[in-house]
Write a protein that binds this ligand. Structure first.
Ligand code: HEM
Length: 487
């Protein structure tokens, strides 16, 4: 394979070491290294990790040309040793090779993620956002108890996905499912980064029973036990003629024969929802709560908007979103600054393709370098600054913005691109808007002087969420408890 690339007109890129390639340079904050190389080698460059050729795309126009316009060529996935072969066993949509199985599983996932379906369960997202605010309101003790909002955000996202996937929710952060589900998704993120496992790129290592391989196998078993177990429980209830809530698991059981789904298909597709739909949305809420205390004037401006548009007698709703351009802009700016997955889920070229006189051979992994795209000085003035004003006139939802004909006008690239673009965009956006607009409506969020918040360091190896922190939440007005009670 390696030799086949030699002498081909590949996009230029940095040299790496024999066998390892540039792997040792990507073990810590890979997005920053990819950004440095983008400045040196341009918006389309190549790197080698072990036996795998990568092409790194750092420009919206090229991203569109390849992943959207040439979607038939750039929609495959690499059969990663740990993520695809060991943990997901080729299933679960996200890791599946481009083909019939992917189409079938994506179609089934979309039965629960299409706009009409999302409309039906938006009341769930609404309820969970309010429940999170209520819990924070009680636990902050009128601003006297320091709070780490991360677990609350995690449970909010988790409950949304549990309800959509299995038709049940947890009633407190102490419910055993909260700990287990958050552990499983965190373990998944830490075992499966797109450039973090040498074993994915050096086949010889795949013969060794390494601790990482054992972790991957254990994770597979735990996912099947936990989420497959919940599906089995629902199946038993259905067999006994008991009523079960409408949910993805029920849909899969109903379609089992027709779509030829086996137990593993169902358990792993459910796992993809529980992983893809929890750490991601929770991470945006968490970055918001970590950032916003440092910007009292931004908070004040958002709260003036909320007082003017919504008032203090009720919580903001999705219908208010269009009239809350500043709150909407804050969310987009958090997403620009803190994409939970800077490297997304890379695509693979399923045939040779020549772009701008450079060859991208079949089997090349194509990475969207969203860090560089989100910090491009040509588009964003002072891109390292947190400044929601830059999005004030952008009223589009990200799911709409991703379809704009002009790729340079798209708000951000955190949901990926092309035929594999995140199908959960709409759910994610609604969840995030309800949670963040309500936090702004309810609390003044204040830093604790002696406990500074580290906005540089990350928790997690491939997913990005802030390291644990605490803030003060001060309810913004008297009578809030009453509003929350009747909401
Ligand atoms: C802030 C929230 C979210 C972010 C940043 C995010 C990001 C992503 C990214 C980058 C991809 C890969 C796209 C590509 O290949 O180009 C993806 C795929 C996927 N996401 Fe999301 N996601 C989020 C929320 C959700 C939610 C709520 C769900 C609901 C279940 C979900 C389900 C999926 C699935 C099933 C795939 C696989 C698609 C495929 O390979 O065909 N995601 N997501």
């Amino acid at each position: 394979m390696w030799q086949l690339w030699e002498n081909r007109d590949l996009p230029k890129g940095p040299w790496g070491l024999p066998v390892l390639g540039v792997f040792p340079l990507l073990t810590h904050y890979p997005e920053l290294t990819l950004d440095r190389w983008a400045r040196k080698y341009g918006p389309l460059y190549s790197i080698k990790l072990g036996n795998q050729l990568f092409v790194v795309v750092s420009d919206p126009g090229i991203a569109k040309d390849l992943m959207v316009t040439k979607g038939a060529v750039f929609s495959d996935r690499k059969d990663m040793f740990i993520k695809s072969q060991t943990v997901f066993r080729g299933r679960g949509v996200t890791a599946t090779r481009y083909g019939e199985m992917w189409r079938k599983h994506r179609r089934i996932a979309f039965l629960w993620l299409n706009p009409k379906a999302v409309d039906k369960y938006t009341s769930v997202l609404d309820f969970e956002a309010t429940d999170m605010i209520r819990a924070l309101y009680v636990d902050c003790n009128n601003g006297t108890t320091h709070v780490n909002p991360q677990t609350y955000a995690g449970r909010c996202s988790l409950n949304n996905m549990l309800t959509i996937t299995f038709g049940f929710r947890t009633d407190s952060v102490h419910h055993p499912m909260v700990k287990e589900a958050l552990r499983l998704s965190r373990e998944f993120m830490n075992c499966t980064g797109p450039v973090s496992n040498l074993v994915d790129f050096v086949p010889l290592l795949q013969r060794l029973r390494t601790p990482l391989w054992n972790r991957g196998e254990r994770l597979h078993r735990d996912l099947v036990k936990t989420y497959g177990g919940l599906i089995k429980g629902i199946e038993r209830k259905m067999e006994d003629g008991l009523t079960v809530e409408e949910c993805l698991a029920k849909t899969m059981i109903d379609l089992r024969e027709e779509e030829e789904l086996d137990d593993e298909d169902m358990a792993i597709l459910a796992s993809a929802f529980m992983i893809g739909g929890v750490e991601t949305t929770a991470s945006i809420m968490q970055w918001f709560t970590a950032l916003i205390p440092a910007y009292p004037s931004i908070q004040r401006k958002a709260q003036e908007e909320l007082d003017r548009v919504v008032g203090r007698g009720r919580l903001p709703t999705l219908e208010d979103e269009i009239n809350l351009p500043y709150c909407h802009a804050i969310i987009k700016e958090v997403e620009r600054c803190h994409n939970p997955f800077w490297l997304g889920t890379p695509h693979v070229a399923s045939e040779d393709f020549v772009y701008d006189r450079r060859t991208i051979p079949q089997g090349t992994v194509v990475v969207l370098n969203t860090w560089t795209m989100h910090h491009d000085e040509k588009r964003w003035e002072k891109p390292m600054e947190f400044n929601p004003d830059r999005y004030f006139d952008d009223s589009l939802l990200s799911s709409t913005s991703s379809n704009l004909p002009d790729p340079y006008a798209r708000d951000n690239w955190m949901f990926g691109a092309g035929r594999r673009i995140c199908p959960g965009m709409l759910v994610a956006e609604r969840e995030i808007f309800l949670a963040i607009s309500r936090m702004l409506w309810a609390f003044r969020m204040v830093q604790i002087l002696e406990k500074s918040i580290d906005l540089k360091e990350y928790d997690g190896k491939s997913g990005r969420s802030p390291v644990p922190f605490e803030i003060v939440l001060k309810p913004r007005f008297k009578g809030m408890g009453m509003v929350l009670e009747r909401s």
